[in-house]
Ligand binder design. Structure first.
Ligand SMILES: [Zn+2]
Ligand SMILES: [Zn+2]
Length: 388
């Protein structure tokens, strides 16, 4: 390892207690997407103290931030942080670790500022990953326009250099019927809940006819007012996921057709509202992944066994469709721990999570250093991105 990389690793270790405390603080005060006021303030204060120029509320998103250090003309490398929690189960996705490993990587690089090659490092705080599409708003606001390459990590039960992410489109279905007494005059009513339940049945049948990497899942958000009234209104939210954009839209149309057919069968009306935050599939970048892999080993992380059936989605997919970007998985929980569970939330502040946090911070800082030191690699990453 080069002496600068050794110094980066020492700098991260030196920040270890401070980063763990920050991670715990975020974990203990879970905030939902676009409400991450405290996490945004704590992270931007931390980076400000470490020498970054910090802007908050970028692209009109109150809880987003961008922390920048510049060392002259050169590439712009971004390290992304997430810090939103899940309703009811807090930091069950470990975003406290994503946030603090990104901030830690930035702080370690800032500590080495005098020895850094020319360029610009940005630690970007991206709110509302869990459905709110914060990165989509930042893309639309031009935040990534001058960024050459971006990286972040995500906590998992194992370390994986690359994990595919599915594109995801969401829709709300609302069925309208006619209320009537459910015992005295049921034949007068039109049962909106029947249309809703029939949609779930049709989707269950559709599921057999789709490729195994696709996902369709929904919840009923309104199933009627009382058991003795034929429901005049029912509503459900569905998510449709696929590994390619075209396949995602094709599947989405088939799910809408299920709702339409069910509405017709029940004699109910249907209103379909497609949500505007569409998450795109992850496009990988071999150049960035190779650099990350070499540094991962140097930072003491070893790759685990891939588990290709466990597929998620993230708005980092949208970033990966506009610039070269990667999101390796880093072990922060015992093998076999499922994410979005209370067990994963508990694990996200245990010693294994601290180890993952620090190793991830080192790997991202070293990879950023490599890209600044060899701008040809940045060009290579961009060429590979352009060929996608
Ligand atoms: Zn999540
Ligand atoms: Zn997550």
């Amino acid at each position: 390892m080069s002496t600068v990389k050794e110094a980066i690793a020492r700098a991260v270790d030196g920040l270890g207690d401070e980063l763990e405390a920050l991670s715990r603080q975020i974990h203990q005060h879970p905030e939902l997407g676009y409400q991450e006021v405290q996490a945004c303030a704590w992270l931007s204060d931390f980076l400000g103290r470490k020498g970054f120029k910090v802007e908050t509320g970028i692209a009109g998103v109150t809880t987003a931030f961008r922390a920048t250090i510049e060392t002259g003309a050169g590439p712009t490398i971004a390290i992304l942080c997430e810090y939103d929690a899940l309703p009811g189960i807090g930091h069950a996705c470990g975003h406290n670790v994503i946030a603090t490993s990104g901030a830690g990587a930035g702080a370690a690089l800032a500590a080495m500022k005098a020895q850094l090659p020319a360029g610009r490092i940005q630690v970007i705080g991206t709110p509302a990953e869990e459905g709110g599409g914060g990165k989509i708003k930042l893309i639309q606001g031009g935040v990534f326009r001058d960024v050459d390459c971006a990286m972040m990590i995500h906590g998992f039960d194992r370390t994986l250099l690359h994990q595919d992410l599915l594109g995801i489109v969401r829709a709300t279905f609302e069925w309208s019927g006619k209320a009537a007494h459910a015992a005295a005059d049921p034949w007068v009513g039109i049962n909106a809940l029947d249309a809703c339940i029939q949609t779930f049945n049709a989707v269950s049948m559709l599921r057999q006819q789709v490729r195994p990497e696709c996902r369709i899942h929904g919840i009923i958000t309104n199933g009627g007012a009382a058991a003795n009234i034929i429901p005049e209104y029912a509503a459900a939210v569905f998510m449709v996921r696929a590994p390619e954009i075209d396949a995602m839209w094709d599947l989405y149309r088939r799910v809408v057709a299920c709702a339409e057919g069910a509405a017709r069968a029940a004699g109910a009306g249907l209103k379909v509202t497609q949500h505007d935050m569409v998450y795109e599939p992850m496009h990988s970048n071999r150049v960035l992944l190779d650099l990350f892999a070499a540094n991962m080993t140097a930072a003491g992380l070893s790759e685990g066994t891939p588990d290709p059936g466990r597929l998620g989605s993230s708005d980092i997919g949208n970033v990966s469709q506009v610039i070269p970007a990667i999101q390796p998985m880093v072990a922060i929980a015992p093998l076999g721990t499922a994410i979005h569970t209370r067990e994963f939330a508990d694990a996200a502040v245990k010693p294994l999570a601290r180890a993952g946090l620090l190793a991830a911070a080192k790997t991202m800082a070293m990879t950023t250093l490599d890209l600044l030191a060899e701008p040809a690699r940045v060009d290579e990453a961009k060429r590979q991105f352009a060929r996608r």
